[in-house]
Design a protein around this ligand. Structure first.
Ligand SMILES: Nc1nc2c(ncn2[C@@H]2O[C@H](COP(=O)(O)OP(=O)(O)OP(=O)(O)O)[C@@H](O)[C@H]2O)c(=O)[nH]1
Ligand SMILES: [Mg+2]
Ligand SMILES: [Zn+2]
Length: 243
């Protein structure tokens, strides 16, 4: 197997992920399943903010589209159309190979990291690209409604003329080292309007004359995304500082 650390020595580091430790990553694919485990916008927003801090471009991959009926999938697609303004979104169903060609095109000449909840279908995407990889996958736990941490370590795989890292899914993602005051800078859809808020450095929470809040009212900013922002903002604010 290719040594993940070797890449770090060859090239100057453009960016570096802390978990997993891979340098010069071109994209992080945030893998989210429609069901099993259930799709969560809060989890997606959490991922996007974490990745925004690493300054690596994110791409959203929606897996297991076969598990939603047409109506459910349409509702999901309508909301995700909002995210498409600042982040590409791809839809897949790995077992029927739907959407897999588009993922292959992404990998060419790139270093990519697959990231997402356990059981979201990361390894299954790679098996769909090349069945010879025969990566271990497992059904999700019915009792817990999530995966079983089937992939245990980072594996960097050379396929489609590029490198892609399969990673273990995680169930916990925290904002250690993040500051509430600057959390708004991790939201490209809010940053656009920053200069239109009355106060410099507006956190878009309690300040008067906040343009972002106006745009939430008029639904030009997705209200659920803003509500999740407030939840994550409060979470960061209540974190104990670590010295
Ligand atoms: N119906 C359906 N099931 C899928 C699809 N993709 C993956 N699965 C199933 O979802 C389960 C979990 O898939 P994995 O590929 O192991 O998930 P993972 O993200 O690699 O999980 P970890 O390695 O634990 O992080 C397996 O039972 C897969 O067969 C899909 O597109 N449709
Ligand atoms: Mg896996
Ligand atoms: Zn504001």
């Amino acid at each position: 197997m290719f040594d993940v650390d070797a890449i770090k020595e060859v090239l100057p580091r453009r960016n570096e992920m802390i978990r997993p430790a891979i340098a010069n990553v071109d994209y992080i694919l945030i893998v989210n399943s429609c069901k099993q485990p259930d799709f969560s916008f809060l989890l997606l927003d959490r991922f996007l903010a974490l990745i925004a801090k690493s300054e690596i471009p994110a791409i959203i991959i929606i897996t297991k589209t076969d598990l939603m009926n047409a109506l459910e999938l349409n509702i999901l697609k309508q909301k995700l159309a909002y995210y498409q303004r600042f982040c590409p979104v791809f839809y897949t169903a790995s077992l029927s190979l739907l959407g897999i060609e588009a993922i292959k095109d992404l990998i060419y000449k790139k270093i990519i990291v697959l990231s997402g909840q356990t059981g979201a279908g990361k390894s299954s995407i790679l098996n769909a690209i090349d069945p010879k990889l025969n990566l271990k996958t497992d059904t999700i736990s019915v009792a817990l409604g999530r995966g079983k941490h089937t992939t245990r370590h980072v594996e960097l795989i050379n396929i489609c003329g590029g490198w892609i890292a399969d990673t273990p899914g995680f169930s916990k993602l925290d904002f250690e080292g993040f500051e509430a005051r600057t959390f708004n800078t991790l939201y490209p859809d809010f940053v656009r309007f920053r200069d239109e808020c009355r106060f410099n450095g507006c956190t878009h929470t309690n300040e008067p004359g906040c343009r972002v809040k106006e745009l939430v009212q008029s639904k030009d900013i997705l209200p659920e995304r803003y509500e999740n922002y407030l939840r994550l903002y409060e979470e960061i604010k209540s974190q104990k500082p670590i010295y």
